[in-house]
Write a protein that binds this ligand. Structure first.
Ligand SMILES: Nc1nc2c(c(=O)[nH]1)N[C@H]1C(S)=C(S)[C@@H](COP(=O)(O)O)O[C@H]1N2
Ligand SMILES: [Mo]
Length: 443
């Protein structure tokens, strides 16, 4: 097979029909410690995502910040370094923007072959009304000097073990955009601890990794930052690669803009025959959603869905389509297109870290008078090997591993990464832990 046709084969396989039933009212706990929570499918029925349903992605434990002791330092190549308290920030004009926040890794669990990382399905995304001040106003107060290249953001969170501190840079151009904010409120309430109290970055249209939480320090740089979370993590290939390829980070570019995307929230796997309301949300990057089309026959024919909910630049749209459904098994697909004319792809390009999943994803729905329910998830039962708890659970719980479906070779690489970040185990323990992980949490 030529490389081209082989790639096509893999791409088609990656877009295979997936069983649904990801629903449920409470956030789905991917990891309890540190906290990674996913919004259930029901969340795609709401215009604004309630704070207690909003997904949480924290690489480490959420720091407890006392507002009375907190301040924001602004320095680097500026005319006037600043130390600002919340009262100082609140003197600047207040700006409110509705925007989607989506993790770059949302949908990672659908990629084949699988890769390590939080195994999100649909809900590492939410739509919020954010309030705060323009980052530009703060930067102009400090006076950015000529030669500024990018801006570094750091939060109050402390790394686990020898893991590198979570620090991210954003281009000067995006920082100076009037819609890039430092926010202190979500949906009319002060940010909660999980979402970055008291202040976080809001970079609308860009993936969540740029939205640094618990912000304490802004540094204007005259060079490209070379920290781990910019130079190694959150990069994806500029050109397509074959699924499973190991790509050198230097041959990849940083993740920035989100992709145009839609999710079907309902029906979730099953509906009774008759009039069925197919509905969900659709969002994009800095180019708003223009239309959503729905297919009930696996992509052979398409109908326009009705868009509803407020039309904002960065928020998601609600959409719905009334379908007269006879008993049978169907493949439903929703496909969003943005104002720039970019549509969701019908097959997904693979990338090594599983970022920016946005294929128009077929979902299987059974129309029947007999209710169809989700199969129960099986949990591993084998006894844990010696040293496993001490080596791994010092920093995080087993939720981190339970989500993964990795090969022995991939687990071997994860163990190298973790020992590099401070996990300690003897060679015998390492061998037993590797066997256990590969046997329990495999593809
Ligand atoms: N300081 C800090 N900021 C952070 C993170 C983090 O671990 N530490 N996680 C980032 C990632 S990867 C995402 S997707 C978003 C998630 O924001 P949320 O938890 O409010 O949904 O926060 C970002 N900001
Ligand atoms: Mo993320």
């Amino acid at each position: 097979m030529s490389p081209i046709s082989r790639r096509h084969l893999f791409l088609t396989a990656a877009a295979a029909v997936l069983p649904r039933f990801a629903g449920g009212a409470n956030p789905i706990v991917r990891s309890a410690r540190p906290e990674d929570l996913e919004m259930p499918l029901d969340g795609f029925l709401e215009f604004l995502t309630p704070v207690d349903q909003f997904f949480v992605r924290s690489h480490v434990y959420a720091p407890h910040v006392e507002l009375s002791e907190w301040n924001l330092k602004v320095d680097g190549i500026v005319n006037q370094p600043l130390t600002l308290g919340m009262a100082d920030l609140k003197k600047l004009p207040r700006v409110e923007i509705v925007s989607v926040l989506e993790c770059a890794g949302n949908g990672r669990s659908f990629y084949e072959p699988h890769m390590a990382g939080a195994q999100w399905k649909f809900g590492a995304v939410g739509n919020g009304r954010w309030a705060g001040v323009r980052l530009r106003d703060v930067l102009q107060k400090a006076g950015v000097k000529d030669g500024a290249k990018e801006i570094l953001f750091d939060g109050a969170d402390v790394p686990l073990g020898k893991m590198p501190d979570f620090q991210r840079t954003i281009t000067l151009e995006k920082c100076m955009h009037p819609d890039t904010l430092l926010v202190y409120e979500l949906n009319g309430q002060p940010l909660t601890q999980a979402h970055g109290f008291p202040l976080r970055v809001m970079a609308p249209g860009w993936a969540g990794d740029s939205w640094v939480k618990w912000l304490t320090h802004i540094e204007v740089l005259d060079h490209e930052f070379d920290g781990f979370w910019m130079k190694t993590a959150y990069r994806h290939p500029a050109k397509p690669v074959a699924p499973g390829t190991a790509v050198d980070p230097k041959d990849m570019i940083p993740v920035s803009d989100l992709n145009v995307k839609s999710v079907i929230a309902s029906p979730d796997g099953w509906a009774a025959p008759g009039k069925v309301k197919v509905q969900g949300t659709a969002w994009s990057n800095t180019s708003p959603v223009a239309k959503v089309e729905v297919s009930t026959d696996g992509g052979q024919s398409w109908k326009n869905a009705r868009l509803s909910g407020a039309k904002t630049k960065y928020g998601w749209r609600l959409w719905s389509y009334h379908w007269q459904a006879a008993p049978g098994d169907y493949k439903l697909i929703a496909r969003a297109t943005n104002e720039a004319g970019i549509s969701q792809p019908l097959s997904q390009e693979w990338n090594p870290s599983g970022y920016l999943w946005n294929v128009a994803q077929p979902c299987a729905v059974t129309i029947s008078n007999q209710r169809v329910t989700a199969p129960a998830e099986r949990m591993p039962e084998t006894a844990q090997p010696a040293g496993y708890k001490a080596a791994c659970m010092a920093c995080h719980d087993e939720g981190m591993m339970r989500q993964q479906r990795l090969t022995q070779a991939q687990w071997d690489r994860e163990l190298n990464k973790m020992t590099g970040w401070g996990a300690t185990m003897s060679p015998e323990q390492r061998a037993a832990i590797l066997d256990y992980l590969a046997a329990q949490f495999h593809p």
